[in-house]
Design a protein around this ligand. Structure first.
Ligand code: NAD
Length: 357
């Protein structure tokens, strides 16, 4: 299993994105986003997505260097259609516009539609937090076969529909909840399948609706489903993500015909806390909530009580030093995807080697 420096992974991702047709700035954003997802411990949304992106490009379902359409720009309301553009750039650009609008009028509701995969939603919360803004996002996943079985269902009807909420702190979000509404993200089942390991109890059902730990059917044959987290309550949140992102924000829904792409839509809010009230008091109270929660005695089996976002920070600190392990299957798939767009094995190895330090 290769262990790579963030620098080397970023360089090889940049090479692939450039060869896929992205201009330098877009390739840079894609590479930075994917490697930061790996650093945060979310390998499901890191460089392992590249083979899927190359497949989407070949199928005409991902458009590099796309120009978004501003459907509505009216005070605190922004509606932007990304028209299958590269999600990491389209979503970051849209959220930056929403932050700028929140800075003017106090808050912005962003309805962001029909982007190719936007990756780790926390990336956009981090942009908002860096500007002193609170952020929420209801996101759906469409144009893809259904993968999430809602509460009581024996078969899937939704995507992994992530939800994200974050508040600013001194160096990035003070607290950031960023999660799929399935027990695990679909990419985590792919990572388990690639490593040949089972997934945890309660995450998957098989084609008959029975619990299983084996990701093979789900990944290889598209049978079975990921279960919604948190019984009927988590399942309800997944349904609301679908409604907010498709019906309300106007993006493609899981109920529409799928072409085999990965389309994300999102209804996001950005609130400038300095316009809402006394930003210093809000910041102090956020820290007070955090300290209060963390002051609880850890339960048996836990070393520490953590707040959302802490595991990712710890992961990133460790991986910045130790490097990022990429499992053999994922690495082989990335090389094969690179070759399919004309990057020779020698050129691939040269870029990895030249950036190894
Ligand atoms: P996860 O289960 O690893 O973590 C979910 C949340 O729980 C995080 O906020 C994390 O900080 C928090 N957490 C984890 N362990 C904790 C602990 N011990 N104590 C307190 N809090 C803890 O994440 P996930 O659901 O697998 O999602 C992974 C990523 O996938 C996210 O970044 C999400 O945005 C992304 N995603 C994207 C899409 C898409 O279509 N673009 C779809 C699904 C998920």
């Amino acid at each position: 299993m290769p262990t790579l420096s963030p620098h080397a992974l970023k360089a090889v991702t940049h090479l692939i994105a450039r060869r896929m047709g992205s201009e330098d700035g877009e390739a840079e954003q894609v590479a930075d986003h994917l490697v930061r997802a790996n650093l945060a411990g979310h390998d499901s949304h890191g460089v392992g997505m590249l083979p899927a992106y190359v497949r989407l490009l070949h199928a005409g379902l991902l458009v590099p260097n796309q120009t978004s359409e501003t459907v509505l720009d009216a005070g605190a309301l922004l509606v932007i259609d990304a028209r299958r553009g590269y999600g990491q750039r389209m979503a970051a650009d849209a959220v930056r516009r929403a932050i700028a609008r929140a800075k003017e009028v106090g808050a912005c509701v962003l309805a962001f539609r029909n982007s190719s995969h936007i990756g780790r939603i926390g990336t956009y919360a981090e942009l908002a937090a860096a500007e002193g803004c609170a952020f929420t996002a209801f996101v759906n996943v469409a144009d893809h076969h259904d993968v999430q079985a809602t509460w009581g269902a024996a078969e899937p009807r939704l995507g992994t529909n992530p939800f994200c909420a974050a508040v600013p702190g001194a160096d990035g979000p003070a607290v950031m909840l960023d999660m799929a509404t399935t027990t695990i993200a679909a990419g985590k089942a792919r990572v388990a399948y690639n490593k040949g390991v089972p997934v945890a109890d309660g995450c998957l059902i098989d084609a008959d609706g029975n619990p299983t730990n084996d990701p093979t059917g789900f990944i290889r044959d598209h049978t079975g489903a990921l279960r919604a987290f948190g019984t009927h309550k988590g399942s309800g949140l997944a349904v609301m993500c679908e409604i907010m992102a498709s019906a309300v924000a106007g993006g493609q829904g899981a109920f529409h015909e799928a072409k085999g792409g990965i389309l994300n839509s999102m209804l996001a809010t950005v609130i400038d806390l300095s316009k809402l009230g006394d930003a210093g008091k809000i910041a102090g109270d956020i820290q007070a909530v955090k300290a209060h929660v963390k002051s609880a005695r850890p339960a048996p089996g836990f070393d520490d009580v953590l707040t959302p976002g802490e595991p990712e920070r710890r992961y990133a600190a460790k991986r910045m030093v130790d490097g990022i392990e990429v499992d053999d299957t994922t690495w082989r798939d990335i090389r094969a995807a690179a070759e399919s767009i004309g990057i020779s094995g020698a050129a691939f190895d040269r870029v990895v080697g030249a950036n190894a330090g």
